[in-house]
Each structure stands twice: as structure tokens, then as C-alpha cells.
Design a protein around this ligand. Structure first.
Ligand SMILES: Cc1cc2nc3c(=O)[nH]c(=O)nc-3n(C[C@H](O)[C@H](O)[C@H](O)COP(=O)(O)OP(=O)(O)OC[C@H]3O[C@@H](n4cnc5c(N)ncnc54)[C@H](O)[C@@H]3O)c2cc1C
Length: 214
């Protein structure tokens, strides 16, 4: 097995390193101290293709392999961990799931905007009583025919206020326990959905971590 990086992987790493040094390093301490979301930096990362690196180009992604994605993540994390957590949630937790499990309509409507960085996504699993043991989460989604009624609270959600689209994990069939858990797409501004205040953290303070109420 050949473990050497390919020319393309090396080029991705170098581009991410250059970007991190020139665009992320200036002001990184101030952004962290002021708990300032790196809006401009994330916009540039989207333009350079860092927000949907592994997504199929037909959905505006970069079509790259996982190693390239990890190399870029490493370079960005070295300089600005807030930018890298925004990037990792958007790439891994939101785009990946949508591409693998979403319908074509969902991909056209949401994935194309998330992969290009035009919009940011959030992944909502953790709850006040459910962290590592994700199956004990208690948020429910009741099928009301033409819509689902979501009830619950999610905690520590990265991109909590800056996201436009949220993947929310909920129980659609409580009796089936962990086999009755599903993922729903919630758009910011939908009725009954409230973003709680920003949570204080000891590190990666540029990233906005929030509780969400449904
Ligand atoms: C900055 C930040 C961003 C986050 N972003 C998101 C997000 O975007 N979306 C989201 O859904 N969640 C998010 N989270 C939540 C995160 O995923 C949870 O904190 C994580 O799942 C751990 O859960 P917990 O904090 O409740 O710890 P716990 O589950 O209570 O674990 C506490 C400790 O006990 C250990 N432990 C737990 N169970 C066992 C066991 N059975 N045996 C032995 N040891 C065990 C753990 O390893 C850990 O050391 C974020 C958290 C942080 C801090």
C-alpha cells in the first residue's frame, strides 16, 4: 500500500496552509477574545471550496477525497480552531449526511447552497441529558400528516445562530427506542423554532455554540 500523498492532496494542503496563514492568522486572537464569529473568513472559505470539499461537483462540491479534506482541516485548525469547527460541522455532519441520505429534491434545495458555502449548516443531536449516549436523546417529532411537530431542546450546537439549515435528530417512534430515531431538516425562521443565547466557552470562542428550542 502506498501511503505517500498524491500531487493533488499536496496541492490542497498547500492551498489550505497558504489561506490559513494569510487570511485566518490576522485577527485570530481578537476574534477569539471578542467571541466574534469569523463571518468574512468563512465566506472566503466557501469561495475557495473548503465548505463542501467531498461533495459531488454536481451539487457545487469539490469532489475531493477524505485525505484531502483532513489535510485542509489540519492546516486550518492549526491557525483558527473556530473556523475549523465551522468547516468540519458543515462538511462532515451536514453535507455528508445530506448527500448520503437526502432525496434529490433536498440535495438541490439545501446541499447545493451548503457545499458552496452560500449557507451554513448545523447538526443538532446533543441534549441536556444526552451527549456520548446519543440514543437517550428525548426530542420527538410527531407526524401530523403534512408536517412534523418537533418538541425538545438541543444543546451545544455549533453554528447555532449563524446556520440557515439544521439537521435535527429526533424520535419519530418512541416505542422503537434507538431504532425510532430520525433526522429532519429545519430551516431558520420556521414557526416554533428558537435559537437560545450564545453559550460561553473556554476555547474556540469565535464559533457560535447555542441551545436550540423546538
Ligand atoms: C464546542 C462544542 C461544540 C459542540 N457542537 C455540537 C454540535 O454541533 N452538535 C451536537 O449535537 N453536539 C455538539 N456538542 C456536544 C458534544 O457532542 C457533546 O459534548 C459530546 O457528545 C459529549 O457529551 P457530554 O458533554 O454530555 O458528556 P458525557 O456524555 O456526559 O460524557 C462525560 C465523560 O464521560 C465519558 N463517558 C460517557 N459515557 C461513558 C461510558 N459509557 N463509559 C465510559 N465513559 C463514558 C465521556 O468520554 C466523557 O469523558 C458540542 C460540544 C462542544 C463542547
Amino acid at each position: 500500500m502506498n501511503f505517500a500523498l498524491t500531487e493533488e492532496q499536496l496541492a490542497v494542503r498547500d492551498a489550505a496552509r497558504e489561506f490559513a496563514q494569510t487570511e485566518l492568522l490576522p485577527g485570530v486572537i481578537e476574534r477569539d477574545e471578542n467571541q466574534q464569529f469569523p463571518k468574512e473568513q468563512i465566506k472566503k472559505m466557501g469561495e475557495l471550496g473548503f465548505m463542501g470539499m467531498m461533495v459531488d461537483p454536481k451539487y457545487n462540491g469539490g469532489g475531493m477525497d477524505t485525505v484531502s479534506y483532513v489535510l485542509a482541516m489540519e492546516e486550518i485548525s492549526k491557525v483558527d480552531a473556530s473556523c475549523s469547527v465551522v468547516m468540519s460541522v458543515n462538511n462532515s455532519l451536514v453535507c455528508w449526511g445530506l448527500e448520503k441520505f437526502g432525496t434529490e429534491e433536498q440535495k438541490q434545495k439545501y446541499l447545493t447552497k451548503l457545499a458552496s458555502g452560500e449557507k451554513i449548516g448545523a447538526f443538532c443531536l446533543s441534549e441536556p441529558e444526552a451527549g456520548s449516549d446519543a440514543t437517550s436523546q428525548r426530542t420527538t417529532a410527531e407526524d401530523k400528516g403534512d408536517h412534523y411537530l418537533l418538541n425538545g431542546t438541543k444543546n451545544w450546537i455549533t453554528n447555532g445562530s449563524s446556520a440557515s439549515f439544521y439537521i435535527v435528530i429526533a424520535q419519530t417512534d418512541v416505542d422503537k427506542r434507538h431504532k425510532g430515531i430520525n433526522a429532519l431538516i429545519v430551516e431558520k425562521g420556521m414557526e416554533g423554532f428558537t435559537v437560545g443565547p450564545k453559550e460561553n466557552k473556554l476555547g474556540i470562542r469565535g464559533s457560535d455554540t447555542h441551545s436550540l428550542m423546538f
